[in-house]
Ligand binder design. Structure first.
Ligand SMILES: CC(C)(COP(=O)(O)OP(=O)(O)OC[C@H]1O[C@@H](n2cnc3c(N)ncnc32)[C@H](O)[C@@H]1OP(=O)(O)O)[C@@H](O)C(=O)NCCC(=O)NCCS
Length: 415
């Protein structure tokens, strides 16, 4: 069966997490992703957070599936020539070097355009043009600068970063969309273009609702669904809302049976308005369905803390899974707090290919997250990440280099 991006060749100049997330997605959709790495070292994540000595880390393997690896020294003049050939043969160059690194290598936008006017040059940077454009950026910096940290955590505590890699993987996703969009436009224009996804912008895009709230706060001085509301303690900026639901249906994380010893014995419970009467029945507070202090969403807002405390008295008598089963019967929206252990062992996620077991020649079997985006005509087959330089000879031969030329370039330290 053909793949959606079959025939698209990607020069993958990415490293660490944000760029590799993007090119891995493109590879899963069928693009030929050629990862260019520095000989001897490669992507720094190959050796970061290792769990097995001298074996590519899970950090690397889980972000670089379905790619080919070639090692080229792009600061060596002959290596540079090889890279020029690659630029001529590829459709997209993806990079997430520190600002200016590609230019310093000699590959400015103008030079790339000379070599291949159809080339799409896609970059992740920490910031877009502005005061911070020259800064190097990692995940948590982006979470802080993009508005996520100031709006995450509890009101009486410091800003908090989230475990979801919204700065790195989130921006990689944004970049992937930019790339396929540019590829589509190229079918009309015949020209390449630059695609930029700045991590601050990507995080802010995911925090869109908080900028919505900033403006609501400025206009009205309050936000009734926030836990601060009953006491009216709002400052000038959107506060941290703890576990409050971001939408119009109040929610909170509640303890379940076993919470004293299991840090994940919790459930997210949403008091969705249409099922309020059912919630009252389930928790044994039937009178709340008609009590004017509780019967309508507006009446409930000042009492949310007490309401959730009462619901928690009920959830604490059930495991999170028992509670889920009961609540789902009544269409009450809720979700268990799943640990990574539980997710890794979840059979339905294995069945859909969202969790995949992969075999690797030096590491053996390991689990990874497969493609979260499912296309009916372009199914994803997750293949192991490449060893450093595993495909150098293969790719060089495809570029037209003879075995003798390859050997000479290797002797010169170019590849
Ligand atoms: C992530 C980041 C902070 C890492 O910084 P770093 O480890 O110092 O790496 P840099 O990107 O600065 O370095 C790349 C250097 O390696 C060189 N290099 C990379 N591949 C090479 C190759 N194959 N051959 C020779 N040199 C190579 C580059 O030319 C550059 O050298 P220079 O600084 O002399 O110009 C930085 O790349 C960055 O800010 N990237 C953009 C934002 C981003 O993606 N951040 C999230 C990462 S998950």
């Amino acid at each position: 069966m053909s793949k959606a991006l079959e025939g698209v060749r990607i020069l993958d100049f990415t490293h660490v997490q944000s760029g590799p997330t993007c090119t891995q997605l493109l590879a899963w959709f069928g693009a030929d992703v050629i990862k260019v790495e520095r000989a001897g070292a490669g992507d720094i994540t190959r050796e970061q957070l290792r769990d097995i000595p001298d074996v590519d880390s899970l950090y690397f393997t889980m972000l670089n599936h379905n790619k080919r690896s070639v090692t080229i020294d792009t600061k060596n003049p002959e290596g540079k020539q090889v890279l020029e050939t690659l630029i001529q043969k590829c459709d997209v160059l993806v990079e997430n070097f520190a600002p200016g690194a590609l230019d310093r290598m000699g590959f400015t936008w103008e030079r790339i355009q000379e070599l291949n006017p159809r080339m799409i040059v896609a970059s992740v940077k920490g910031f877009g043009p502005g005061p911070y454009e020259d800064c190097k950026v990692y995940e948590n910096v982006a979470q802080c600068a993009g508005g996520a940290a100031s709006t995450t955590g509890f009101d009486d505590g410091p800003p908090v970063v989230t475990g979801a890699q919204i700065g790195d993987s989130g921006t990689g996703l944004h970049l992937a969309l930019g790339i396929v969009t540019a590829l589509y436009q190229r079918t009309q224009t015949g020209r390449g273009q630059k695609v930029l996804a700045a991590m601050q912008d990507g995080v802010l895009n995911l925090c869109r609702v908080k900028l919505r709230d900033q403006q609501r706060l400025e206009r009205t001085g309050t936000m009734k669904e926030y836990p601060q509301y009953p006491n009216g303690e709002f400052g000038e900026a959107v506060p941290r809302a703890g576990n409050a639901s971001g939408g119009g249906q109040p929610g909170w994380i509640l303890k379940c049976k076993g919470w004293e010893t299991d840090p994940n014995a919790y459930i997210y419970f949403i008091t969705q308005a249409p099922v309020w009467a059912k919630i009252c029945n389930v928790i044994g507070k039937e009178e709340w369905a008609t009590d004017p202090n509780y019967a309508t969403p507006a009446a409930r807002l000042p009492h949310l803390k007490d309401i959730f405390a009462e619901i928690e008295r009920w959830t604490m008598t059930k495991t999170k899974f028992e509670a889920m089963q009961i609540l789902n019967k009544y269409d009450i929206p809720c979700g268990p707090i799943l640990s990574m252990k539980e997710i890794a062992e979840e059979p339905s996620l294995r069945k859909t290919g969202t969790i995949v077991e992969v075999d690797h020649p030096t590491r053996g079997k390991y689990l990874t997250v497969g493609n979260p985006i499912k296309l009916s005509d372009s199914p994803t087959e997750v293949k192991r990440s490449p060893l450093l330089g595993e495909h150098t000879d293969e790719v060089m031969a495809e570029l037209g280099y003879s075995p003798a030329q390859i050997s000479a370039l290797r002797t010169a330290g170019a590849i």
